[in-house]
Structures are given as C-alpha cells and as structure tokens.
Design a protein around this ligand. Structure first.
Ligand SMILES: Nc1ncnc2c1ncn2[C@@H]1O[C@H](COP(=O)(O)OP(=O)(O)OP(=O)(O)O)[C@@H](O)[C@H]1O
Ligand SMILES: [Mg+2]
Length: 307
C-alpha cells in the first residue's frame, strides 16, 4: 500500500481547470518532489491532499484513509508547512512553539524536549525571546518549519519551505528532513530549486498547467537530460533569420540560443554560417541549463507540436 495514492484528481475554479486529472503514488518512507513553474498547481495539490480544499473530481488515499471521508483522521497524522507564512503576532518564538505543541496536544515533557531540539536545529535559540513580528523573513520561515517538527506525524507536506532561507539554513533543513525520513517519515516537497530536489528526493514529478508531465528518479532524469547544454550567442546586430534555419535554436532579436544535447556541433555549424554571411558575434555563453529549464523547453515543444 502507498502512503499517498492519487487517483485522477481535478480542481476547477469556474471554467478554469487548475488541476487536470493528476494521478501518482508515493511510497512510505520516501521523499516525493513536486516541481513546476508558477501557477502549475503545486500548492493547489497540497491543499487538496491536506484536506484544506476539496477536489472537483477524483479522490486520493492518504495513509490508507479516504481523502473525502476521513478528513479528521488524515489531519491528525500529517504535518503541513504552507507556502504562505502564518504566525501568531505578539508571541515570542518560544511561546509560539509552545502554543503550537499545545494545539497538537503534545505532552508537556515531550513538548519541552522537542522545543529544545528545534531551537538548536533551526538556529532559533538566540532569538527565542524575540516577537515573531520582529523576525526577518528567513527567521520566520525557520520558525514556521521548526514548529511542524514538534508534533508526531507520518507524512509531512512542505510547500517551498526553503524560500527566504540562507544557504546554511537550507542545508540544515534538508539534512534534518533526510534524518526524519530515515526514521520513517514520508515527505511531499515542492521547490523551484532543482539542486534541492536532486539532493533530497527519491522521485520527482514535474507538473505544468495542471498536468503531470513526467515522474522519475533524479538519477534517471539526469541521465535523460543531463547532457543537454545551452549556448547563447549575442550578435552585433539583428540579422536575417533565414540564415539560421535549424531545429533546436531559438532566435530573439540579436540573441541566438541553442538548447541541445549536441550543442557543440551545432555551434560549430552556426558560427560557420554566420561567418559566411558576414554576421559578427559579440559574445558567447555556454551553460548547463537547470533541469527545470530543460523540462520547460520540452513541455513547450510538446505543446507546440500539439501532443
Ligand atoms: N481560489 C482560487 N480561485 C481561482 N484561481 C485560483 C485559486 N487558487 C489558485 N488559483 C489558480 O490556480 C493556479 C495554480 O495555483 P497554485 O497556487 O496551485 O500554483 P503553484 O504551482 O503553487 O505556483 P507557485 O510556484 O507560484 O507557488 C493559478 O493559476 C492560480 O491563480
Ligand atoms: Mg505554490
């Protein structure tokens, strides 16, 4: 049995289909990464799976419970860090953690222990007496994530938890999540940072415009797309684009972009063509695009071809 089993979930607002029949499974004890551009439907998916909003169609099993019938049972066994930060004003960091533990009915002794732990892990000890409204954005995010680890849970949803965190805080959080997963926690994680997803996730789903484009392990995604390079040529002036009539290149005024797994060979050919036509190159830049960029270019291609 899977920890999360999603079956043809859809969500519409009026005639706008935000989620279009998504299905996937997440095994127990794994980290499932959910990636996609702004507005793809990531937060909507998390809100549905955590029972905060209802799907328009479809269903899911969460920890063996029916999403539509067993809301309370699901809520009592999951944790959620929402994308939007919401903290009680007028409370100190410490009081805020205590309150959160009490809301979850965590026994006093365990609560105190957990609070001690997260104060250290998330670097909150020095600011434990500061009011939450006085915290920096990164500190607020750390507190919001930290409090979720005070209560016991089987499944944790994290919606872009590292936004606003500095590199050190990010790494600490990712490693802490890894440790919790090795103790049996299952994690559903969204991010825009591919390196984070690769570091943490056992499986990655890419969602675009409410549809899942691909689900695979980070390793095989790398294998599939890892050799792709991006070359950007800036020309002295705009040119007749018929000169460069090739597949896999993008032309934007005087900028030519090649995204391909044989970009080097294409580059040689393109430079020759430009030279033969008396067109001068001002600068040249070679980059490995992030996996997300590659996915998006693949998605665009697919839409353009009408598949
Ligand atoms: N209550 C709502 N009413 C109407 N449209 C909504 C509502 N909530 C979300 N949407 C729309 O649904 C789409 C998906 O939003 P969602 O927040 O799930 O995206 P996301 O993938 O989390 O994006 P981001 O990376 O920016 O967080 C967006 O176009 C958004 O405007
Ligand atoms: Mg979102």
């Amino acid at each position: 049995m899977s920890c999360i089993s999603v079956n043809a979930l859809s969500k519409s607002y009026g005639s706008f289909k935000v989620l279009d029949s998504i299905s996937f499974d997440v095994d127990y004890g794994k980290v499932f990464g959910f990636l996609g551009p702004n507005g793809a439907g990531k937060t909507t998916t998390i809100k549905i799976l955590t029972t905060l909003i209802k799907p328009t169609e479809g269903n899911a099993k969460i920890l063996g419970y029916d999403l539509l019938k067993d809301e309370q049972k699901i809520r009592s066994r999951i944790g959620i860090v929402q994308q939007k930060i919401s903290l009680e004003n007028n409370l100190s960091v410490l009081k805020s953690l205590e309150l959160y533990g009490m809301l979850w009915n965590v026994q006093k002794r365990i609560r105190e222990e957990k609070i001690e732990e997260v104060l250290d892990v998330f670097g909150l000890r020095e600011i434990k007496n500061s009011k939450t409204e006085e915290l920096s954005i990164g500190q607020r995010r750390r507190l919001q994530v930290a409090r979720e680890f005070i209560h016991d849970m089987d499944l944790l949803f994290l919606d872009e938890p590292t936004v606003g965190m500095d590199p050190n805080a990010r790494r600490i959080l990712l490693d802490y999540i890894k440790k919790k997963v090795s103790d049996g926690l299952t994690v559903f994680f969204t991010t825009h940072i591919m390196e984070e997803a690769e570091y943490l996730c056992d499986e990655i789903a890419i969602i675009n415009k409410g549809r899942i484009v691909t689900i695979d392990s980070p390793q095989s995604l790398r294998k599939r797309y890892g050799s792709i390079k991006m070359v950007e040529l800036r020309l002295k002036e705009p040119f007749d684009r018929n000169v460069l009539n090739y597949d896999g290149i993008e032309i934007d005024n005087n900028i030519v972009r090649i995204v391909s797994d044989n970009a080097e060979e294409m580059l040689a050919e393109i430079v020759r063509r430009l030279h033969d036509n008396g067109i001068y190159i001002e600068s040249l830049h070679v980059d490995s695009p992030t996996l997300e960029e590659i996915f998006l270019s693949i998605i665009d291609e697919r839409y353009e071809k009408g598949n």
